[in-house]
Write a protein that binds this ligand. Structure first.
Ligand code: PEP
Length: 252
């Protein structure tokens, strides 16, 4: 089964309106030459509508970095999946390590957010990954297994088609420390095997698994050469057009 590479840029709480639009326009201009890959950017909530307008007509999708698990109502400061869809988002990140570790989101909340997004017609990138301590103590697989089982609870095999997995070792995010190709290969094949156990071999083989953690233009080729790596979720290097273009264009 061939899986289309998927490169995504998570802008986090960076860039202002002007620089975000300039970046989107630079990507859109180059995207006319791209084939055989999916590309998405995840701007801050407040710029979603404007970035979606800047990318309209291009093949680049716009996603949100977070979503409420609730549909509507008295939830001050929250943004619903339907609102995200309304302003042009087609995707949402669930379970990013910063949400888990800085904002205390546990697997059950991540799962409710994922269902809220799927229920509103948004696709999801579900992020999983172990901390340095978990890796050192040999609990990488149990940790990721739990994040997958609880994160995907209640997701049907049909809906799994709208979910991408992102393996992001916490110790590799924003640190410049990549996981080695061997470490990435081991975890990606573990994830693929887990998905086959929860769903079916066929469903598992259709799911794209991105790697995230200090991906740059100069390491994307080696990472994409690892079995079961189907793209990348990029933080820091997605904030600058040349750096992100190097990743998108170097991926295949
Ligand atoms: C991320 O936050 O998802 C990420 C992978 O960040 P960075 O590329 O900066 O390590």
């Amino acid at each position: 089964m061939t899986r289309k590479p998927f490169l995504a840029g998570n802008w986090k709480m960076n860039l202002d309106r002007r620089s975000g639009v300039a970046l989107a326009q630079a990507l859109a201009a180059r995207s006319v030459t791209w084939t055989g890959r999916d590309v998405a950017v995840f701007p801050p909530f407040v710029y979603l509508a404007e970035i979606a307008r800047s990318l309209a007509g291009s093949s680049i999708a716009v996603g949100a970095q977070n979503v409420s698990d609730e549909k509507s109502g008295a939830f001050t400061g929250e943004v619903s999946a339907a609102m995200l869809k309304d302003v042009g988002a087609t995707l949402v990140l669930c379970g990013h390590s910063e949400r888990r570790h800085l904002y205390g989101e546990d697997d059950r909340l991540v799962n409710r957010k994922l269902h809220a997004a799927l229920g509103a017609g948004l696709d999801v990138i579900l992020c999983v990954g172990e901390t340095a301590e978990e890796r050192q103590s040999g609990s990488t697989e149990p940790r990721i297994g739990r994040q997958l089982t609880l994160g995907l609870a209640g997701v049907s095999e049909d809906d799994l088609e709208r979910v991408t997995l992102a393996y992001e070792p916490v110790w590799a995010i924003g640190t410049g420390n990549n996981a080695t190709p061997a470490q990435v290969g081991d975890v990606h094949s573990y994830i693929r095997g887990m998905l086959a156990g929860i769903y079916s071999d066929m469903a598992s083989k259709a799911v794209r698994i991105q790697y995230g953690g200090s991906v740059k233009a100069d390491n994307i080729k080696a990472l994409m050469g690892v079995a079961n790596v189907d793209g990348a979720l990029v933080g820091g290097a997605s904030l600058q057009s040349e750096a992100f273009l190097g990743i998108v264009e170097g991926a295949l």
